[in-house]
Design a protein around this ligand. Structure first.
Ligand SMILES: [Zn+2]
Length: 252
């Protein structure tokens, strides 16, 4: 359904995406679908008029390239994704400043990458879960010692070594990872210094229950690093291309 169109002369993009443009429509409020579609159509006609005689091309959005500083559910935000025309790669900035504004798409020159800035344990969730599941509940001192031990393990981790958990994250820049067997062994071995007897056994079970999809997943936080490039790319000249162009729907 989504069609991303780039004007090669102006380096502007238009996203034909009926479900993306207006948040009111997504939420099923006020605007009936016909009015909405007409508005979308009008916007696209405006784009075509504005770029009349220019060379337009379809861009394909690159899978899994989405990045944003804010949660998926946050309607007012700036996010980025990458797209390609088969030869060149582009970065598209998608944003809106107010909830009642349509989304805007801007082609920016440059690139971005995600950098892991922190690997943390879910201290609060671990504490809560221990209180909920362990009976009798370990002393606060022991819980703190466990968090300290696990925190130290997380600190030394290179996140690239760890498997990503399939658990969905609500935030595009937070990814959960499972600890590997070597670190698991290290954790269990050191837990023997904190917990004894039955309490140790209960902890061991707790760790196995929560290491793959529970509170023991490590949270990796990322930051978007944008590398802005100087605009050196030449403006497209209207020389005919050697390959057959894809027709852009609605273009006259
Ligand atoms: Zn143009």
């Amino acid at each position: 359904m989504n069609q991303l169109i780039r004007c090669k002369n102006c380096d502007q993009v238009f996203m034909k995406s009926p479900f993306d443009q207006y948040p009111e429509y997504e939420l099923g409020l006020d605007r009936p679908p016909e009015t909405f579609q007409n508005t979308e159509k009008d916007d696209f006609q405006d784009f075509l008029i504005h770029h009349q005689g220019h060379e337009l091309e379809n861009l394909k959005i690159i899978d899994d390239s989405y990045a944003s500083e804010k949660a998926y559910s946050e309607p007012v935000k700036t996010s980025f994704f990458k797209a390609t025309n088969g030869k060149e790669k582009f970065v598209i900035k998608k944003f809106r400043e107010r909830i009642d504004e349509p989304l805007k798409y801007q082609l920016i020159s440059g690139d971005y990458s995600l950098k892991c800035v922190a690997v943390e344990i879910q201290s609060e969730n671990i504490s809560k879960q221990l209180e909920r599941e362990l009976n009798p509940r370990p002393s606060q001192e022991k819980i703190d010692a466990f968090l300290k031990l696990y925190g130290a393990i997380a600190e030394g981790v290179d996140i690239k070594d760890l498997e990503r958990s399939p658990e969905e994250s609500y935030h595009p820049l937070e990814v959960y990872h499972k600890i590997d067997d070597t670190r698991l062994m290290f954790l269990l071995r050191n837990c023997r210094n904190i917990f004894k007897g039955q309490e140790y056994l209960a902890m061991e079970e707790f760790i196995h229950r929560h290491k793959d999809d529970g509170v023991l997943l490590l949270k990796a936080s990322y930051k978007i690093r944008i590398t802005q490039l100087a605009k050196t790319r030449k403006r497209a000249t209207p020389t005919p291309l050697p390959f057959e162009k894809e027709k852009i729907l609605g273009q006259k």
